[in-house]
Design a binder for this molecule. Structure first.
Ligand SMILES: Nc1ncnc2c1ncn2[C@@H]1O[C@H](COP(=O)(O)OP(=O)(O)OP(=O)(O)O)[C@@H](O)[C@H]1O
Ligand SMILES: [Mg+2]
Length: 206
């Protein structure tokens, strides 16, 4: 336990590569064969050229505070977000929250895309607790890595935003996320309160 803590501190002091999210994805991100027609090969912006600018706006040296991708279906939006999550866990570690509409969508993304992304990237594998550990550090909803934790939750649960201070927030399928928040309004207050709550998690870090 003590040794793990020292290892974490030393890992945190190691200089990381100066690299953008798109460069990271093209160097380190293998696509899952369960998810992509290019499964088993490295992510490439040749397939989705518009993804490069969006991803680079999410890089650690970018001055953007908020990046919004207005898209049609099946245009690589979730993969862009997943690339950002991989980048955070490797290059720009900090506590991070990823919200999808339901626990079911979170579970699918976690098992079919996030786990293979980690399994096929040596740099991520050495930073993230192994799945077999019984301490709950690497689960469907949570990935602990050197310098942070990635929390993944469904917006159908009010508990997901509570008591988690994070630096980065990713919302996938925002329209559905908002629909769930509206349904929860009568239990927990106004939708705006939830959006504020997500922002508040960020403000605690700024
Ligand atoms: N650059 C890429 N190279 C190869 N495959 C890709 C790339 N970007 C996305 N894909 C694949 O294309 C499909 C659609 O991608 P994704 O699920 O990220 O799109 P989406 O916009 O989130 O879709 P939806 O609107 O259904 O949520 C997936 O199978 C994904 O793995
Ligand atoms: Mg998607």
């Amino acid at each position: 336990m003590k040794f793990d803590a020292i290892k974490d501190v030393l890992e945190g002091m190691r200089p990381t590569e100066i690299i953008t999210v798109s460069e990271w994805a093209e160097k380190y991100r293998y696509l899952s064969s369960e998810a992509s027609f290019l499964g088993g090969s490295l992510y490439t912006c040749d397939v989705t050229p518009y993804a490069r600018k969006i991803m680079d706006s999410l890089s650690s040296y970018s001055s953007y505070q908020e990046v919004i991708f207005c898209k049609s279906s099946q245009t690589g939006g979730t993969e862009i977000g997943n690339n950002w999550l991989g980048y955070i866990m490797h290059i720009s570690p900090a506590p991070t929250l990823m919200l999808m509409p339901t626990d079911g969508t979170v579970e699918r993304n976690s098992k079919i895309r996030i786990d293979p992304m980690i399994d096929h990237c040596a740099e991520l594998k050495k930073r993230i607790s192994p799945k077999r550990s019984r301490d709950g550090e690497n689960t469907i909803n949570q990935k602990k890595f050197s310098g942070g934790v990635l929390y993944m939750g469904g917006a159908n649960s009010a508990a997901v935003l509570k008591s988690i201070p994070v630096r980065f927030v990713m919302l996938d399928e925002v329209r559905e996320v908002l629909t769930h928040w509206r349904k929860l309004e009568h239990v927990c207050g106004r939708t705006e309160k939830y959006i504020m709550s997500a922002h508040q998690r960020l403000m605690d870090f700024l």
